[in-house]
Design a protein around this ligand. Structure first.
Ligand SMILES: CC(C)(COP(=O)(O)OP(=O)(O)OC[C@H]1O[C@@H](n2cnc3c(N)ncnc32)[C@H](O)[C@@H]1OP(=O)(O)O)[C@@H](O)C(=O)NCCC(=O)NCCS
Length: 191
C-alpha cells in the first residue's frame, strides 16, 4: 500500500499502473490512445453546462491530445479515465488541497451521454474514493455541485457522500449565478 502526502515529490514505482476494476467500469490513468474516444464522448453541451468553464466545448481532438499529454505525465496520477468496453468514455479526478486544507481533496467527474443512467459514475466515485483514502494521507473528499444538477447529487449520495452545505450564489455558469451544493465523505465513514 502507498501512503503519499498530497504534493509529495515521492515517486513510487507502480503507481501509474493503478487500475480499479469495478462492477460497471474500470478506472485507470489516462494514456496515449485515449484521445479519439475522449474527444468523442467529452464533446457535449450537457456535460459542459455542469462542469467548470475550463472544460472545453466544443471538445476537439486537439483538446483531447493536450489533456492526455498532461494527465498521462502525472506522477502520482490524480486524473483517471472511466473505461467501458475498453473505451475511455468519461473522466474522474482529484484535486489535492494545500496548506491547512491539505487533509482534503475535491473530486470531479463526467461521463459520455451514451452511458448515463447505468450506475457507472456512482460506481467510479465509490471506487476512487476508497482507493484515495487507502493510498493518500487524506481525511476528507468533497464535491461541489451546481444547483441545477440533481443527478450528480444523487451520484454522490449513492457513493456514500453526505450533503453538508448549500453555498448561496457561490458559482456562475452560462451567466446564471446560483448556489453550490457541497457533498463530502470523511475517512472514518469508508472501510
Ligand atoms: C451526473 C453524471 C455524472 C451521472 O452519471 P451516471 O453514470 O449517469 O450516474 P448514475 O447512473 O451512477 O446515477 C445517476 C442517478 O441520478 C438520478 N437522476 C438522473 N437524473 C436526475 C434528475 N434530473 N433528478 C434527480 N435524479 C436524477 C438517476 O436516477 C440515478 O439515481 P438512481 O440510481 O437512484 O436511479 C452524468 O450525467 C454527467 O456526466 N453529467 C454531466 C457532467 C456532470 O454533471 N459532472 C458532475 C459535476 S458535479
Amino acid at each position: 500500500m502507498w501512503i503519499l502526502s498530497p504534493g509529495s515529490a515521492d515517486i513510487l514505482a507502480g503507481h501509474n499502473r493503478m487500475e480499479l476494476k469495478l462492477k460497471t467500469c474500470t478506472v485507470r490513468p489516462w494514456r496515449r490512445g485515449d484521445e479519439e474516444s475522449l474527444a468523442y464522448h467529452a464533446n457535449s453541451y450537457k456535460i459542459w453546462r455542469n462542469v467548470r468553464d475550463k472544460f472545453p466545448y466544443p471538445y476537439t481532438i486537439e483538446n483531447a491530445r493536450d489533456w492526455v499529454g498532461v494527465a498521462a505525465a502525472e506522477d502520482p496520477p490524480s486524473n483517471f479515465a472511466i473505461i467501458v468496453d475498453r473505451q475511455a468514455v468519461g473522466g474522474i479526478g482529484l484535486v489535492f488541497k494545500d496548506d491547512i486544507a491539505r487533509c482534503g481533496a475535491e473530486i470531479g467527474y463526467w461521463l459520455g451521454e451514451d452511458f448515463w443512467g447505468r450506475g457507472i459514475v456512482a460506481d467510479a466515485v465509490r471506487g476512487l474514493t476508497a482507493w484515495a483514502f487507502e493510498n493518500f494521507d487524506l481525511h476528507r473528499i468533497y464535491a461541489g455541485v451546481l444547483e441545477w444538477n440533481p443527478a450528480s447529487m444523487r451520484v454522490l449520495e449513492k457513493a456514500g457522500y453526505q450533503f453538508e452545505a448549500r453555498l448561496r450564489n457561490a458559482v456562475i455558469k452560462e451567466g446564471v449565478v446560483m448556489d453550490e451544493f457541497i457533498y463530502a465523505v470523511i475517512r472514518e465513514e469508508i472501510s
